[in-house]
Design a protein around this ligand. Structure first.
Ligand SMILES: C[S@@+](CC[C@H](N)C(=O)[O-])C[C@H]1O[C@@H](n2cnc3c(N)ncnc32)[C@H](O)[C@@H]1O
Length: 512
């Protein structure tokens, strides 16, 4: 008889197949997902489902695709992280183009973990802008992901407003055409032009299981690899293995760009880090510069703790360590319930910060109705607003809007849900309604610089340059009081210092 399959074994097979480390506080959620998949895959129980996952068959492959979809988030948007894209445009791509124009006029780029394609397409657009005659070059641009559904979406090249939340590129008709009468994306859909689409080849690559470098295929001798917001799912050992293999997939002098502080210090000897104000980037060293230390593991400098460690160390905002369930049992019922809710919300917030929005929603939804009725209004409001932000970031706008309205009903004095609602309305093209919510947000919180900046944009669109300028000047006053190297929500890709420069340029333009 087969032994019963325990959660530990599922955790191991998932980590082994995908690199995904499921934090302890997510075990209950994983249990629900597995129960659901056992039912849908028509397995007769956990053991049969476990065998299916491990069988290596076509059915197993299909099941992994679904499971990965449920365990990861495919959040992406065009020109995500303007700092890094600025660096690509001003430093990295010019260096690659310069070198390759003297060599073979072949450029090889890889966006690994590209989700729905915004990242490789942003690269393709940049390259198209920068190469004087792109048709005289051979361009290999690979977009890869473990999630076949995301890749299928990417191949279509059709996007809604949320994919352009930090970029104006959709209005550039060289690259995008607005689709009339679209039934998708609230009727606001843009189609990427075929020339750019054809520059990118999408393929499924599991960074944990598949082979790269691959000298017989295209995953080799890369000039640039972007692998951003992917390592957040992996433990430090997996990060080390994946980065090591990515390094070997670069040509000497080729660049690796990751999300900020994602490598947890796991930098192999083959790479050297270069620090720019916008970001650290890594370059492959020539072989003679790589230390010859057979058998010695790569240098490990711990900069940030791995996810698992971070999850263990989680503390309340006031710095008090999380109370265990056992210690909560001794507390009077309403307090225990409140602590339980606080803990769930704090974990949900942690998922949110890591970009795991579906998991954030699932965690916040664990707060039961009976618990809701026992907790203070402010806590209820925080939960609703966190759900609103998570839904918004995972593209579920109507659910996000409904949570915003509930948050406003719960706490009529907070500007934040009005601010988010305004964003959602702008994505639907409802600028007039958005303006009203921005004005309310400003009334409720006169110190929130992003509200001034967004309202200024709306007013400028209406031709009211004078008021737009005044609002931007007020935003500048607030921003100047903040630490220059800090970042504020909505404009995270800039430091406050950079944001001030940007706003100053807008004000200057208003004057001209
Ligand atoms: C948050 S998205 C990042 C998208 C894009 N790079 C960006 O920064 O906008 C993370 C992607 O990593 C993918 N991913 C997770 N584990 C992976 C693995 N083992 N191999 C390849 N892709 C993986 C997920 O499917 C998801 O699409």
């Amino acid at each position: 008889m087969n032994k019963p399959v325990h959660l530990e074994q599922f955790l191991a097979i998932i980590a082994n197949h995908t690199g995904l480390v499921i934090p302890e506080q997510e075990y209950a959620n994983l249990g629900k997902i597995l129960a659901e998949r056992i039912k849908h895959s028509q397995s007769r129980g956990a053991e049969e489902y476990f065998s299916l996952l491990g069988s290596g068959s076509n059915d197993s492959d299909r099941e992994w695709q679904v499971l990965v979809l449920l365990l990861t988030t495919g959040e992406s948007y065009f020109f995500r992280d303007t700092g890094q894209f600025g660096l690509l445009e001003k430093v990295i791509l010019p260096d690659i183009i310069d070198r390759k124009s003297r060599e073979n006029r072949e450029i090889r780029l890889w966006s690994a973990g590209c989700s729905t394609g915004e990242e490789p397409y942003s690269l393709a657009i940049l390259l198209h802008k920068m190469l004087p005659s792109p048709d005289q070059w051979k361009i290999v641009l690979i977009g890869s992901d473990i999630n076949e559904n995301a890749l299928e979406f990417a191949r279509q090249g059709r996007y809604g407003a949320w994919s352009f939340r930090r970029s104006e590129i959709s209005s550039d008709e060289t690259y995008f055409k607005r689709k009339k009468n679209s039934e998708l994306f609230h009727g606001k859909e843009w189609v990427l032009n075929r020339e750019i689409r054809n520059l990118v080849t999408f393929m499924r690559v599991n960074l944990i299981k598949d082979t790269y470098p691959d000298n017989a295929g295209e995953l080799r001798e890369m000039d640039l690899i972007l692998c951003r917001n992917v390592f957040i799912y992996f433990d430090s050992d997996t990060i080390r293995r994946v980065v090591g293999r990515l390094a070997q997939t670069l040509r000497v002098g080729g660049y690796l760009v990751t999300g900020h502080a994602e490598l947890s210090g796991q930098i192999p000897d083959e790479l050297t880090g270069k620090m720019y104000p916008e970001s650290v980037v890594y370059q492959r060293k020539p072989p003679q510069e790589v230390a010859q230390r057979p058998g010695k593991p790569p240098r490990v400098v711990t900069v940030t703790p791995s996810l698992r460690e971070r999850a263990k160390q989680m503390v309340t905002p006031s710095g008090v360590k999380t109370l265990s369930t056992a210690s909560m049992l001794a507390l009077p019922e309403p307090i225990a319930s409140m602590m339980g809710v606080r803990e769930k919300l704090r974990l949900a917030e942690d998922f949110f910060k890591r970009g795991a929005y579906h998991q954030a929603i699932a965690k916040a939804q664990e707060v039961t109705d009976s618990e809701l009725s026992t907790i203070p209004v402010q806590l209820r409001y925080e939960g609703l607003f966190l759900m609103a932000r998570s839904y918004a970031n995972s593209g579920e706008y109507s659910k996000a809007a409904s949570c915003c309205h509930r948050a406003i009903q719960t706490n009529a004095f907070s500007g934040q849900p009005h601010f988010l609602l305004a964003h959602l309305l702008m994505a639907e093209g409802k600028d007039e309604e958005a303006k009203k919510h921005l004005q309310k947000a400003l009334y409720l919180d006169s110190k929130h610089a992003p509200t001034y900046l967004e309202l200024a944009d709306v007013l400028q669109k209406e031709g009211d340059n004078k008021r737009a300028k005044r609002l931007r000047e007020s935003a500048l006053e607030i921003l100047r009081a903040l630490p220059p190297q800090s970042r504020i929500e909505t404009f995270e890709e800039w430091t406050v210092e950079e944001l001030i420069q940007h706003v100053l340029e807008l004000v200057k333009r208003d004057n001209d």
